[in-house]
Design a protein around this ligand. Structure first.
Ligand code: LMR
Length: 338
């Protein structure tokens, strides 16, 4: 395969394509090449994960030409994050990078990453995700047949709603969309608000029709999914990390000969390192694009932000048993440094 294979565009039309039509669009793998399908749910470009997936496809297709060929399926065109896990064990997809909030059915240890206010900055989160502890956490997926290959950082999360949010009390009684994460549910309930778990592709419609009042996500998700269009404004809370676990199946890895596997894993590692260095800039650009589109971003004073910390941070205790007190302590030490 020679060209970057991107199996569907970010347009609404592409979202409507069936998976098989999307495949037919750009099928370009040569006979004998191992096909590596990477399915994800976000925009195909202008987003930390979409861009990382494209870069990985470029690197694999250039460096493993004749041996392997990667196809990227963005925007939930192939699977959403729940289905992709099953599809991977069936061998229908070889790479995915669900948000770390979405692994609860497979391991409770990754709940660490959802603890509110664990990471003071994206830099601190990146330092932690490069640590041995973080590698160990990903390995908790191995009992389920998956292999964690690394992390993609995406950004810190911001709240938005159909009314201004300045104090935590402003969220009382509202309904927020959350990912499939019990930590996120607990965090929202600490605000005396209610949480509804919804797939990513349903969020815009749910905000638009009032099924939910608000949501929390990174700048690039808020921008590329246009959530800002159907919200009163966004409050810069930086309250939680959004990052992804890049996973494959053990069966897929074992199907490669040693040399090919080593080459594949090395390319993935090198690409993720490069992609993660660009995330902070991309998030800044998405934030600016939201402002340029005329949406309101509300910054909090240190005292106002501290009020959100006081209300949400106590949920850590509820999940200490799943994650481990020492793991939390060490992550918090790195998370609050830099
Ligand atoms: C979400 O569901 O909000 C995120 O997991 C989407 C993503 O992959 O960034």
């Amino acid at each position: 395969m020679k060209n970057l294979i991107l199996c569907a565009s970010a347009t609404a039309i592409a979202v409507a394509l069936s998976a098989s039509a999307a495949r037919a669009d750009t099928a370009g793998c040569d006979d004998g090449e191992t096909v590596i399908k990477f399915s994800h749910v976000v925009a195909d470009s202008g987003h930390p994960k979409g861009d990382a997936a494209r870069l990985l496809a470029k690197n694999i297709n250039e460096q493993m030409d004749g041996k392997a060929c990667m196809e990227v399926y963005p925007n939930s065109t192939l699977y959403d994050d729940d289905k992709v896990m099953e599809a991977m064990l069936l061998g229908d997809v070889q790479l995915a990078a669900p948000s770390l909030s979405k692994f609860e059915a497979y391991t409770k240890q990754l709940r660490l990453y959802d603890l509110p206010f664990l990471f003071a900055s994206l830099d601190a989160a990146n330092s932690y995700m490069a640590s041995d502890d973080a590698k160990e956490l990903l390995s908790s997926l191995e009992d389920e047949g998956y292999q964690g290959l690394g992390y993609i950082a995406s950004g810190l999360k911001q709240f938005s709603a159909n009314k201004p949010l300045i104090q935590p009390e402003d969220a009382e009684g509202l309904k927020f969309r959350v990912q499939t994460s019990d930590v996120a549910v607990a965090m929202i309930e600490a605000l005396e608000a209610s949480a509804q778990k919804l797939a990513f592709k349903e969020v815009y419609g749910a905000l638009q029709t009032g099924v939910v009042d608000g949501q929390e996500n990174s700048w690039c998700n808020i921008y590329t999914q246009k959530f800002f269009e159907v919200q009163d404004g966004i409050t810069e809370t930086n309250h939680q990390l959004l990052a992804y676990g890049v996973i494959t199946s053990q069966e897929f890895l074992e199907s490669m000969d040693d040399e090919t596997r080593e080459q594949f894993v090395t390319i993935v590692n090198d690409t993720l390192k490069q992609a993660n260095q660009e995330v902070a800039d991309k998030e800044g650009e998405c934030r600016q694009s939201i402002l340029d589109a005329g949406a309101k971003i509300r910054e909090l004073s240190p005292e106002q932000r501290q009020a959100w910390v006081r209300v949400m941070k106590p949920v850590w205790e509820q999940f200490e048993g799943d994650i481990g007190a020492e793991v939390i302590e060490r992550a918090a030490a790195t998370g609050q440094s830099n």
